[in-house]
Each structure stands twice: as C-alpha cells, then as structure tokens.
Design a protein around this ligand. Structure first.
Ligand SMILES: [Zn+2]
Length: 263
C-alpha cells in the first residue's frame, strides 16, 4: 500500500490493515564511484520497500531522497541537507503521519550516512514527548553481506552496491569504468579512527574517492540474493514492530521522565 497511490477515502482501511505502521524509505543523492548513478541509494531503497509492501501489509511513503551526505558534499552530484533542517523536516513528516492516524513510524535506510540523523529523530521524539513511536532499520540490517563478498573491502560504490545495482537497474551501471581497478583505504586518512577518535570526516578521510575495494566483483546474482534477504529481514522487523510494547509504553511514560530522575 503506497501513500502515493491510495485515495484519501482508502487511507483508513490501509491504516487498519497496516496496524498503524507507516514506513519512510530514506535514500540519498551522492556520487557512487565512476560507475553507479547518483541516486543509487534512493533507487535501491525504493525497490526494497516496494517489495516489502507487496508482501506485508504496511503503508509506504514516497522515498526521501534529500538527506545527509555531508562527507561527500564536495563531490559532483551531492545534494546535502543540513542536519538540523533534516531533523526537523523528518519530525514534521512523522507529525503528519500521526495526524493521519499512524502511531508507529519506521525509517528504513538505504544510506548509512543517515543513521546519525535517525538517532537525532528518535532522541528528539522522546525528548519532546511525541505521542508516536519512531523505529529505524539500518541499511542491510540482518543481511549476510560478508560471506558473499570476494573483495576484502566493501561499503560504498563497492562490490556490494554494484551487485544491487546490477540486479535492479543494470542499464545505469558502467562496468567498463571499474574493470581492473581496486580502491584501498588511505592509511593517513584513517589515523584518527585508528586512535579511537571520531570526527565528522572519518569515513571520507579513509576512503577519499568514496569507493571501496573491487566494484568489478559485483554480480546481479549476488545482488538478488542480498536483496531477497534484505526484504525478508525488514518484513521480520515490521512484524515485531506491529506488536512491540516496549517503545510505545516507554513513550507513554515519558511525561514522568523528570520525576523518575528526581527519585
Ligand atoms: Zn550507497
């Protein structure tokens, strides 16, 4: 059940079937090496959540493509939304979903760089005592990626993402641009991380080209296997969320939060 395709008259029935669960797919717009499209994460998470909606009763919002890509923001094709604006924008969407009767909202990510933004949204919803629960599912949560990779390094515009791309939108992949190439981590750039220090640029300093390992090892077959597992994993999590009591009860009690602290 897609928000874009439902009529206003049909929303109440869709919400009942979905047990009040709405799903927001979160993508990105950024460079994905020399060979994958700028909308790689957006196209991938749209495909994944569309498949989820075919198999499980849930209401799926249109993909949010304008998000946080701060570490690759200097690259051609990046459209970065400042984190304070993205936080408020996402909260506004959640507020509107609640006004429409949805009280369990799930952010489903196609881009790892948005996970810190999600922590902001979930914390903010608790601090401001929102009457709804926000859940988050990280990219590839529950998917066995490692055992399928031939390349030692992967994570972005890599064997893994090339595999999805070849499975979903092969016509947009320029494999000839990555033949015989391997992207290694930058030993100087990864120094802060090696010292256990977190900075805003840890990832991009380690991977200055924002490409990891050997994208040429990607295949549609690997992509299809991981996508199938990804869809199944999200469905499993949605079934838990539909009956979860832990977060909704905590949210309901959050008005007493400061009294608890005083005890
Ligand atoms: Zn990506």
């Amino acid at each position: 059940m897609k928000w874009l395709e439902l009529t206003g008259d049909d929303l109440a029935e869709a919400r009942r079937k979905a047990e009040g669960v709405a799903l927001i797919p979160v993508g990105s717009l950024e460079r994905h090496g020399p060979h994958l499209p700028l909308g790689c994460d957006t196209l991938t998470i749209e495909y994944v959540t569309d498949r989820v909606a075919e198999l499980e009763p849930v209401v799926v919002l249109p993909v949010l493509p304008y998000t946080s890509v701060s570490q690759s923001a200097m690259r051609a094709g990046a459209v970065h939304i400042r984190s304070d604006i993205l936080l408020q924008h996402t909260i506004c969407i959640c507020d509107e979903l609640y006004r429409n009767g949805f009280d369990r909202i799930v952010l489903v990510h196609g881009h790892g760089g948005n996970v810190p933004m999600t922590s902001g949204v979930t914390s903010y919803s608790l601090e401001t005592r929102k009457p709804y629960s926000v859940y988050s599912i990280a990219p590839l949560a529950g998917v066995d990626v490692a055992s399928r990779m031939e390349s030692e390094h992967y994570g972005h515009a890599c064997e893994m993402e090339t595999s999805y791309a070849l499975a979903i939108f092969p016509e947009l992949v320029r494999m000839d641009r990555v033949q015989g190439r391997y992207w290694h981590p930058d030993p100087d750039g990864s120094q802060p991380q090696k010292h256990g220090i977190d900075t805003a640029i840890n990832w991009i300093a380690t991977w200055p080209d924002a490409v990891c390992g050997a994208p040429e090892k990607g295949t549609a077959e690997k992509g299809r296997a991981m996508l199938e597992e990804w869809v199944a994993s999200i469905i499993d999590k949605l079934r838990y969320i539909k009956q979860d009591r832990v977060l909704p009860e905590h949210m309901a009690r959050s008005a007493d939060f400061h009294d608890d602290m005083a005890d």
